[in-house]
Design a protein around this ligand. Structure first.
Ligand code: ZN
Length: 373
């Protein structure tokens, strides 16, 4: 798996042109591995008329067999056995069964290199001790949710002196403690150190709105950040304008819009997408995004909305090379953002379910009926 390692060690995280050959080689290597190691993947590939072959250009990526995320909720697809796994992560599973995905050690090291590279690029690291408000679950040994792990992981960007969680485990279940969080924010604002928020946008919004309703305003120290991730899907349904959230944070916490950092990722596609200064998710060298027509599943050009298909060679333990999400999105042309990052950027529009389309579930059902897994 030499190409994968080289790709995840690539020095410039948004140089898609410079890393293209390496990316295609890493994908080919990864596809070949899954094809020969995961019988279900091989069956699905054969049903789609696909066999591993060298990839000539990025257009060839559209030919890879893509697996709907729902498949990972119904089946435990693996390309490696037992003890080689280091970490299990599950999706939050709002309104359905969660996906449970396992990661191999080399894949995790690739992920670590990616996080270090992107963290440096986006100035997420700080040596200054920091107070943390985690807008998410307090970690427990038996909770494998990826949101818990990423929220905790984000508290490692700057040394944590205190962590306050919005969701506490009491009497066998998680309960929100928003008033407790507000008390912590007030006390952190009196400390001489910066405060970082990390977690679900919805909880962040609720807490800030409640503070404003109660007439509570504070001024967090310079260097404070509001990091959001793990919950954009839930956020769409609340129809909260991001601009309104930035303005609210400025009023209530004295934190400017530039202090926001947003993340996007999925258990089935564990690539870190960090927002640029214009709050957009550019595609890093570790992945590619294809937008597909919701009915024909054919790849669409830049600027057209459709289903989001995510591609990465990061994981060997499970066939995650090309996964079809039930998110709707648009991929915007390279160099169209204006922030200085040249790679295309992904705009998320919502979930298929919200618009009444069940395309992805239909695709999965079709796949399952054709292939006895
Ligand atoms: Zn940008």
């Amino acid at each position: 798996m030499e190409y994968r390692r080289k790709l995840f060690s690539f020095p410039t995280p948004y140089d898609l042109d410079g890393s293209r050959a390496l990316f295609l080689q890493a994908i080919e290597e990864n596809v070949r591995f899954h094809y020969h190691s995961c019988p279900e993947y091989q069956k699905i590939a054969q049903a789609q008329g696909f066999s591993p072959r060298p990839l000539q250009n990025e257009e060839d990526l559209a030919q890879l067999p893509f697996l709907p995320t729902i498949l990972f909720k119904r089946h435990d697809l693996r390309s490696m056995e037992g003890k080689k796994f280091l970490l299990t992560a599950t999706s939050s599973g709002t309104g359905g069964r969660p996906s449970s995905i396992q990661f191999d050690m080399d894949g995790l090291f690739c992920g670590l290199r990616m996080v270090l590279r992107l963290g440096r690029y986006h100035h997420l690291f700080s040596p200054v001790p920091t107070n943390y408000i985690v807008m998410g679950y307090k970690p427990r040994r038996d909770n494998h949710a990826a949101a818990v792990k990423t929220a905790f992981g984000a508290t490692l960007f700057a040394p944590a002196i205190r962590r306050r969680y919005a969701l506490l485990y009491r009497d066998g279940k998680y309960v929100p403690d928003l008033d407790g969080v507000i008390q912590s924010i007030i006390s952190y604002s009196r400390s001489s150190l910066p405060t970082r928020f990390m977690g679900f946008p919805s909880y962040t919004y609720f807490v800030l709105r409640r503070m404003e309703e109660q007439g509570i305003t504070v001024k967090l120290k310079t260097g404070s950040k509001i990091m959001l991730g793990g919950g954009w899907k839930q956020f769409y349904t609340q129809q909260v304008d991001k601009k309104a959230l930035y303005a609210l944070a400025e009023r209530v916490l004295g934190v400017p819009e530039q202090a926001f950092e947003e993340f996007f990722g999925a258990v089935e596609h564990p690539i870190l997408y960090c927002s640029c200064p214009n709050h957009r998710f550019h595609v890093p060298v570790y992945s590619r995004v294809i937008i597909r027509d919701v009915h024909t599943l054919q790849p669409l050009p830049y600027g057209c909305p459709g289903l989001v298909n995510l591609i990465t060679p990061m994981v060997n333990a499970a066939p995650l090379t090309s996964v079809m999400t039930d998110d709707l999105g648009v991929l915007h042309e390279p160099d169209s953002c204006g922030c200085g990052i040249s790679s295309p950027w992904l705009e998320l529009l919502g979930r298929v379910g919200l618009t009444g389309l069940k395309t992805c579930a239909a695709v999965a059902a079709e796949l399952l009926s054709e292939v006895k897994l």
